[in-house]
Design a protein around this ligand. Structure first.
Ligand SMILES: Nc1ncnc2c1ncn2[C@@H]1O[C@H](COP(=O)(O)OP(=O)(O)OP(=O)(O)O)[C@@H](O)[C@H]1O
Ligand SMILES: [Mg+2]
Length: 228
């Protein structure tokens, strides 16, 4: 079932915030299909609903109308209990600010998605360390987020998102807080890992250089996709 080419299938999606005259329609009828292994950039002006779309695809928020199918599952059919397991197994998130757990080391942060999945501690540690080595971060493995630079934290966040080999990586301006050198290192690593693991990715970015590194660029305007 999970070998189907479409990892994301969105139909007639609508989402609004608020009620009555203050209601804002943020997603206004989006249709989108993304195939397995495809890396797609989402661009568009501020406030056009990019983060909202990503959060909906990431099962982090509810929508009003339409449907989202991820790896052939209608996410509306999942119970609250099923959702966390589904997210852990199928989705890796990368946010603009790394969202690492501050009291844990880089290595422990990367191991976390595997430990939640009850992977053996040694196996989780080996997989996490392998990624940190690839990111030239082995000397930072024992450091906590407060002891690392922004670029280093973001590389740890990418490693954490990908360590469980999820079907789908969702990244919301992953390089938004980085300088151009660190942005480029991060994106190259992310793309290389997606290609190697066959992960599908949806990457929100304002940076056209980064968008140009992906397979497809979609632009959003006023809650809709303006070209596919
Ligand atoms: N929780 C919320 N309650 C009410 N309105 C919201 C909420 N979250 C977002 N919005 C509104 O929805 C619209 C889309 O927001 P969203 O964060 O998706 O935009 P964006 O495209 O990601 O923008 P940016 O590029 O600035 O990150 C905005 O008008 C925003 O003010
Ligand atoms: Mg946003």
């Amino acid at each position: 079932m999970e070998n189907s080419p479409a990892v994301i299938e969105i139909n007639s999606l609508e989402k609004s915030y608020g009620e009555g005259p203050g209601r804002i329609r943020v997603i206004r009828g989006i249709d989108l299909s993304v195939n397995r292994g495809e890396v797609v950039a989402v661009t568009g002006p501020s406030g056009t609903g990019k983060s909202t779309l990503l959060n909906l695809v990431g099962c982090l928020d509810n929508f009003d109308r339409g449907s989202i199918r991820l790896v052939q599952r209608d996410i509306s059919s999942l119970s609250v209990d099923e959702l966390s397991g589904f997210r852990n197994r199928h989705i890796g998130f990368i946010f603009q600010l790394h969202n690492l757990l501050p009291e844990f080391t880089a290595l422990e942060n990367v191991m976390m998605p595997l430990l939640i999945r009850r992977v053996k501690w040694k196996t989780a540690r080996d997989s996490a360390m392998e990624l940190l080595v690839r990111f030239n971060m082995e000397e930072r493995a024992g450091h906590k987020p407060g002891e690392m630079s922004g670029g280093e934290c973001q590389r740890v966040a990418v490693a954490r998102a990908i360590v469980g080999e999820p079907d789908l990586i969702l990244a919301d301006e992953p390089t938004g807080s980085l300088d151009s050198r660190n942005s480029s290192i991060l994106m190259q690593m992310l793309l290389e890992l997606c290609r190697e693991k066959g992960s599908t990715a949806l990457i929100v970015t304002h940076d056209m250089t980064i968008a140009g590194m992906t397979d497809r660029v979609i632009s959003m305007l006023d809650g809709a996709i303006v070209n596919i």
